[in-house]
Write a protein that binds this ligand. Sequence first.
Ligand SMILES: Cc1ncc(COP(=O)(O)O)c(C=O)c1O
Length: 385
Amino acid sequence: MAEPHEGLIVDRTDEQLRATGAIKWAAAPPGVLPAWVAEMDFAVAEPIARALHEAVDVGRLGYGPPDEVTGVPEALADFAADRWGWHPDPAHIVLAGDVVEALARVITTLCEDAPVVVPTPAYPPFLEVPAHTGRRLVTVAHDPDALRATHDLEAIDRELAAGARTLVLCSPHNPWGRAFTREELTALRDVADRHGAMVLSDEIHAPLVLPGHEHVPYATVAGPESRYVTLTSATKSWNMPGVKCAQVICTNAADADRVRAFPLHPTQSSLGTAATRAAYRDGRDWLDAVVERIDANRQLFGKLVAERLPRVRMRPLEATYLAWLDARAYGLGSPGAVALERGRVWVDHREWGPGGEGHVRVNLATSPERVEQVVDRLALAWESA
Ligand SMILES: Cc1ncc(COP(=O)(O)O)c(C=O)c1O
């Protein structure tokens, strides 16, 4: 029997991927297998390619138009209602270039001039953004030995009591691979609300929650007193981070106006708005197909890791296509650097902050053949070290 979404995901060859010029393959030296930054090894979804071709044909190459004429806020609201039963108000959705830029913009415009709490290990730019807004970064590490990566609520509570006013939530979490439950998010909300703190919920990986888990928008656990902003983008799930169109979902018109007024120029691109509208409206089958592929790859990867990398600890991957491996048992200092040097495989070994030592992140949005090659190269590098 044919797979429900057979044929939608088109694998690209190494040559094709290098020819795209996108960073994951373009930055990898010859002979190195790249499995680091969050880009997929698949051809772009057909509805997105069509929207981009049409946009170029009509010359849609000027500055991003006003948010309300892009169709993006409505398309996102419809997608959120359909997938998660969440009904954001399109009038409160502000477009921006990308999520990292939007995070800095939201901190600058809506958050008090006080320290920002970032749970770690963290997506590396989160560790740098607060300083760019003139605010102090406070990290709160999760216990790397815990069976399940969770927020240290007591430590977050302590930091908020000590003066921090903003919490950066990554939900689903990169690199932990977690899709937080409603109970977990409610407990976190209680801590934030107790201090009147602002929660900035980065939900860019929400469409990539894997079978057996669900995405719970922070907005759906928030209470009437809660202060929060949700940030997202279609560019991660539909693999088009170069087109630039993130969405900042505010809870009221005044906040949206403040975010929209800064900077003075739109940073989202016209092409990004066309591609994003197409993704949310017409790219849902492709998304389902990509989730099926990631689901199959996480199972294959888990099995191969257990067989060939017995000292690695991998927690179940609940969301994202980024597996988080604890390689501390090999005692290698930087297992990622050793993998690159001896195994010629580039797994992500940036600085993740406290709790990230001895861990690497592996990109599984590729072919099953490359998934196996990654494991073999890691085994060559680590098992023989
Ligand atoms: C949690 C998280 N937020 C933000 C981003 C980057 O998003 P953008 O390209 O829109 O800045 C990534 C990229 O992988 C991510 O994992």
